[in-house]
Ligand binder design. Structure first.
Ligand code: NAD
Ligand code: ZN
Length: 352
């Protein structure tokens, strides 16, 4: 699999998109959007590619709560109404919610049609649109149903980020931080040198981050081994995200929770593998500087552990499974730090 060859950006990207569209013009093109990408991104896309004026627009409600089978049915129904063929093309224009839903709907409609992703959030550009995981949530279980299906191409056009709220940019930046920490000290230091996460949300830096995911997925597309490095920060991050969704009126975004997970899991990495104290301090200070502190109380640590056990993806023979770093750029996976160390890592984040 050569995923890097199917990732396009900038001027060349627009040209390649135009060529791709022409190939499908006879069989029909279907663009899936959410409310925000309908409003902010579709006009930009149509201006750049006027030939898409005839495309059939499928609007679905955005937001994580709509990543359900109902949205998939809605897309399948609209594709049917629009007389989509197996040889038609689906374009997913949006953040990770739209690329996950649109990819799954396209990969299953008439047993699978071609689709491309045009991600419009930082998180989708560096992460969700890459790697071929598609799917939906079932009841409260995230990404419970889905298929691996690779988009024909992924297009990174950073002009779409002009309308993306800053908080969403920062959320995507947390994944860039994760990619850098698993990639190399140089990559991590390059991010720090930019001074601000917003300075990192530009084409070169985003492409460098996307390349980290691409490289890992090319080696291990079905997550049998090394792809697990991408879960660094996520065992604790997912628990904090779920905790916040249960308890807060304005819950943390995924990346905001992952940033905390990166601090805690770096602490565990230091204790288990000797990640340098200096590096741990750098990571902690950087997250604390750019992400709002999330005040969990020490009494909530039991709830967080329960959430980690509840997340089936984490458990291996009832032990919590972590992806960590033995030093910056040296990831390790299938690690079992044990409850005591996990508790200490949360206490470390809380400063107690
Ligand atoms: N498939 C994968 O490998 C993978 C990897 C990581 C995350 N994900 C999934 O991605 C989802 C999160 O993605 P996300 O963070 O992009 O969230 P999202 O898709 O919900 O987008 C965030 C918000 O930004 C809005 N938006 C998107 N683009 C915009 C733009 N250019 N201007 C203004 N507003 C815009 C959206 O409408 C939404 O309100 C989760 O469901 C997660 O499970 C999937
Ligand atoms: Zn993530």
């Amino acid at each position: 699999m050569n995923l890097s060859k199917s990732l396009y950006s900038g001027k060349d990207g627009w040209l390649h998109l135009q060529e791709s569209i022409e190939k499908y013009s006879q069989s029909g093109i279907y663009i899936i959007v959410g409310e925000n990408t309908l409003k902010y991104c579709l006009p930009v896309l149509l201006e750049k590619c006027p030939t898409l004026a005839d495309a059939f627009i499928i609007k679905i409600p955005g937001g994580e709560s709509n990543k359900t089978i109902l949205s998939i049915e809605r897309v399948w129904q609209k594709l049917t109404i629009g007389k989509a063929l197996r040889s038609s093309l689906v374009i997913c224009l949006g953040g990770g919610v739209i690329t996950d839903i649109g990819g799954f709907a396209a990969a299953t409609f008439k047993r699978g049609m071609d689709f491309i992703h045009i991600p419009t959030t930082v998180l989708a550009m560096v992460d969700a649109a890459i790697g071929g995981k598609t799917g939906i949530n079932l009841d409260s279980v995230k990404n419970q149903v889905g298929v691996f299906a690779q988009p024909k191409s992924v297009f990174v056009f950073t002009e779409f980020l002009e309308t993306l709220p800053e908080r969403q940019m920062l959320s995507g930046y947390a994944e860039m931080l994760k990619h850098a920490l698993t990639d190399s000290a140089e990559h991590f230091n390059d991010l720090l040198r930019l001074n601000s996460p917003l300075n990192a949300c530009v084409e070169t830096t985003i492409l460098k981050s996307a390349a980290v995911k691409t490289k890992v997925v090319e080696i291990d597309p079905s997550e049998g081994g090394i792809r697990k490095v991408l879960n660094f920060g996520h065992t604790i991050g997912h628990a904090i995200e779920a905790f916040s969704q249960k308890n807060d009126a304005d819950p943390l975004l995924h990346g905001e929770a992952v940033a905390i997970g990166l601090v805690c899991e770096s602490y565990i990495s230091a204790k288990m593998f000797g990640l340098g104290q200096n590096d741990l301090m750098k990571i902690t200070a950087h997250v604390n500087l750019h992400f709002k502190h999330y005040p969990i109380s020490p009494e909530n640590i039991d709830d967080l552990l329960a959430l980690m056990y509840h997340d089936k993806k984490n458990t291996d023979n009832n032990l919590l499974n972590f992806s960590l770093i033995s030093s910056i750029g040296k990831p390790v996976w299938d690690q079992f730090p044990g409850e005591e160390l996990i508790r200490s890592s949360l206490q470390y984040y809380l400063g107690v």
